[in-house]
Design a protein around this ligand. Structure first.
Ligand code: NAD
Length: 349
């Protein structure tokens, strides 16, 4: 049943694309992606002050709005043809295990944004869900089978963040079935790449471990602290695959209101992620395991059977290639910070 998305179904190059969370990692990359494709009217929205955005794309309208407020969502959606909702209060395990209320409160953004998109007459609404929406009972061993889309139910999502995503998916499904708004739902699995959070407490494992290797090299302290025992398994998707996947999913009529995995199926343990970062850095470090640190579920991978069937594609940038680019970028950031220059750093606005 392989069927390519129809890119002719995108809005016109002169119609307005709205991207929320665009001051952050994936939203910023998506604004750049659509701008590079020649879309002329892109509105980027984030609650962070504009000078703190990770990327500011030339020619894009940047708005500083807190989208947990309904009126701000209405303002953000005026005249929108397509809306990509990537705003969320989130971070790596260190953040989502500690700040569950903050994570849950992102539901305000999602409920107000979808209503505002509908009221504005948008043609499409994309929602960034997460693999954290899956039933945690199925993720108790590092060797667990990969998660397929139906594994979200019976529901036992990750506390806080996962439930917020699952509930917001349901809004997307009901806005389609009751009101005819074309919605798309992608469940991202660990996204990494340049222009992402790499320090400050919200960073995820690929960036955090790359930074630790860089720090160890710089300071001469030849050890690295790993959260958990290092056997936890995950897959990691490079940012270029992520934005390409968002575009394809959002423009595939077979995927309207149908949740779909968007992740790599190349499984790694945290230990093998450290091996890869060490290989890139050309160093071997002594490993210290912090068993009390947040570590999330024991194992998680993306079953890509569905995306391959529907889109005839799956994220395919190998970890070594993506992490090499990410590591080099973090190294530049690290040096820039040492020299007192402004860098990408999430200050948790
Ligand atoms: P990010 O933290 O870099 O970006 C999110 C942005 O949303 C931030 O810039 C933040 O300021 C903004 N935001 C938060 N609350 C807001 C509000 N009330 N109003 C306006 N802006 C607000 O995160 P990201 O990695 O780019 O994630 C983007 C989306 O993808 C999120 O929905 C996230 O849950 C989802 N996701 C990401 C990953 C990943 O590995 N990065 C995995 C699964 C799902």
């Amino acid at each position: 049943m392989s069927k390519k998305p129809n890119m002719a179904d995108r809005c016109g190059k002169d119609e307005l694309i709205v991207i929320t969370g665009a001051g952050g990692f994936i939203g910023g990359a998506l604004a750049r992606y659509f701008s590079d494709l020649g879309f002329k009217r892109i509105r980027a929205v984030d609650r962070k002050p504009i000078p703190d955005w990770y990327q500011r794309v030339p020619g894009v309208e940047n708005l500083n709005l807190d989208l947990s407020d309904e009126e701000s969502c209405r303002r953000a959606c005026i005249d929108a043809a397509e809306v990509y909702n990537l705003a969320a209060d989130m971070g790596g395990m260190g953040f989502i295990e500690r700040f569950r209320i903050q994570c849950l409160r992102s539901i305000l953004v999602n409920t107000h944004m979808i209503e505002a998109a509908y009221q504005a007459g948008a043609q499409r609404f994309f929602f960034s869900s997460s693999a954290c929406a899956y039933n945690t009972e199925l993720q108790k061993l590092p060797t667990v089978r990969a998660l397929k889309e139906s594994d979200a139910y019976p529901a036992m999502a990750e506390r806080g963040y996962g439930w917020e995503k699952l509930m917001s998916e349901m809004f997307c499904q009901e806005y389609w079935s009751e009101r005819g708004l074309k919605t798309s739902i992608a469940r991202f699995h660990n996204v990494y790449g340049p222009w992402g959070t790499w320090d400050g407490g919200r960073e995820k494992a690929p960036a955090a471990l790359s930074r630790k290797v860089i720090e160890a090299k710089d300071t001469g302290k030849k050890e690295i602290t790993i959260w958990g025992d290092g056997t936890q398994t995950r897959s990691f998707m490079y940012i270029d695959d992520c934005v390409k996947g968002i575009d394809m999913i959002a423009h595939c009529e077979d995927l309207i209101a149908v949740p779909i995995n968007l992740g790599s199926s190349e499984l790694h343990s945290i230990n093998s992620l450290v091996d890869t970062a060490e290989k890139i850095g050309g160093i071997k470090l002594e490993r210290k395991y912090d068993l009390g640190a947040p570590k999330g579920v024991a194992g998680r991978n993306s079953d890509n059977t569905f995306i391959k069937n529907v889109l005839n594609w799956e994220p395919n940038v190998p970890l070594i290639d993506g992490l090499t680019k990410t590591y080099k970028w973090i190294e530049q950031q690290y040096v820039a910070r040492k020299e007192g220059q402004k860098t990408v750093r999430d200050t948790g606005h």
